[in-house]
Design a protein around this ligand. Structure first.
Ligand code: APR
Ligand code: PHB
Length: 391
């Protein structure tokens, strides 16, 4: 097969780029390791920056997001039981976020690709990348049962997530990796219950962090910080609800509607960045290049700016013969990636209990929160990062 842009990974990053390029008449093929059902079965985050929402609308995929998603103008921080609101709209100069599950967003992207006859090949195995930085154009091979298929292309996009092959195709002598592992994880529960609060609540508590989020008015998403040694089996639904209540303000805990978990999982927290995000005709995007702890809801939103830059760079290449965007991609994408890394690290540091924190560390953490709520500048910093830094 031959295409202009071969995209590895049928998650939100790969699908969004494929849709945007297709709308400009640029041909793509998306290779996805799993079935569509498997991809859509993953429970992921649910807060979209306004920049991401704009990209979805530009990709003609924003209709259900605008209809079913909830616009949020702020969220609450509970500091050892005292609720304080972060007014995003006021302190970001008028921006908000949309609460809309990544699963639904990925479903919308798949349906949009189907409508345009987009080529997404599922259940591909042993994807290999060839001639990425050679005088001859790159190509990708994969196994289809007993056959080896080959896709000749101009460019390869590595949108294959943290565990995909693309980042590993960059030679060790070229690739630089930066990582920070946190000494705790998040136990998450999805339940068909009414959300405890109209806006999200990020709770800092001596027992550990907790988060009250939602997917709709009938589907709630809750998290509590747990030690890395915990397993899902250690936590019955009842134990989860009891611990969550202990970390929330009394008036919130009193109105918490509990119910059976329809999904329950533990995710470790990690910060990770790979540089460069380009090597020859390979471009990395999304989780393939960077991972953030979920505290700041930046995972999918950081992928959005990678896709935005790649989209415009490819359009300039194919429609204007201008390669400036391609040449500047890695530097430009990483500049924003590192700012979202910093924001995710900052929120994680401010809101979690750290096992090795000494009394001084705990006083600094309290001062961080105190400064946030006593400084107009600090509120603006938090708000502009949370609604999304400009692309
Ligand atoms: N061959 C083909 N596809 C692959 C391979 C492979 N060898 N390895 C992984 N993939 C697919 C995965 O099955 C997945 O569907 O690549 C896709 C990568 O999607 P994501 O992991 O969702 O990454 P991305 O599209 O960048 O979206 C980032 O997802 O993980 C969350 O928090 C993250 O919200 C963020 C978003
Ligand atoms: C979620 O709804 O899953 C969610 C929301 C906000 C976060 C993290 C996760 O910061």
């Amino acid at each position: 097969m031959k295409t202009q842009v071969c995209i590895i990974g049928g998650g939100p990053s790969g699908l969004l780029l494929s849709q945007l390029l297709d709308l400009k008449g640029i041909d793509t093929i998306v290779l996805e390791k799993h079935s569509r059902e498997y991809v859509l079965g993953r429970i992921r985050a649910g807060v979209l920056e306004h920049g991401f929402a704009e990209l979805m609308r530009e990709a003609e995929c924003g209709e259900r997001m605008d209809r079913e998603g909830e616009t949020h103008d702020g969220f609450e921080i509970s500091d050892n039981g005292v609720l304080k609101r972060v007014d995003l709209k006021t302190y970001s100069g008028g921006s908000s976020v949309i609460v809309y599950g990544q699963t639904e967003l990925t479903r919308d992207l798949y349906e949009a690709r189907d409508k345009r006859g987009g080529k997404v090949i599922h259940n591909v195995e042993d994807v290999k990348l060839h001639d990425l930085n050679a005088q001859t154009p790159p190509f990708v091979t994969y196994r289809d049962g007993d056959d080896i298929r080959r896709i000749d292309c101009d460019f390869v996009i590595g949108a294959d997530g943290f565990h995909g092959p693309s980042r590993k195709a960059i030679p060790a002598g070229v690739l630089r990796e930066y990582e920070k592992v946190y000494p705790f994880g998040w136990l998450g529960v999805l339940s068909r219950t009414k959300p405890v609060n109209p806006e999200l609540i990020y709770a800092r508590h001596e027992r550990g962090f907790a988060l009250c989020s939602l997917r709709s008015q009938v589907l709630s998403r809750y998290y509590i910080q747990v030690p890395l040694t915990d397993t899902v089996e250690d936590w019955s639904d009842e134990a989860f609800w009891e611990e969550l209540k202990k970390r929330l303000p009394e008036e919130v805990a009193a109105r918490l509607e509990t119910g059976p978990s329809i999904e329950k999982s533990i995710a470790p927290l990690r910060s990770f960045v790979a540089e460069p995000m380009r090597w020859g005709n390979l471009f990395l995007a999304g989780d393939a290049a960077h991972i953030v702890p979920p505290t700041g809801a930046r995972g999918l939103n950081t992928a959005a700016s990678d896709i935005h830059y790649l989209y415009h760079a490819m359009v300039d290449h194919y429609l204007k013969g201008d390669d400036t965007g391609l040449e500047q991609y890695s530097g430009k994408a990483l500049a924003r990636v590192w700012k979202t890394q910093r924001f995710s690290w900052l929120l994680t540091s401010m809101l979690h209990t750290f096992p090795d924190a000494n009394p001084y560390d705990q006083k600094i953490q309290a001062a961080d929160i105190d400064y946030l709520f006593s400084s107009e500048a600090a509120k603006s910093m938090l708000a502009e990062n949370y609604v999304g830094l400009p692309f």
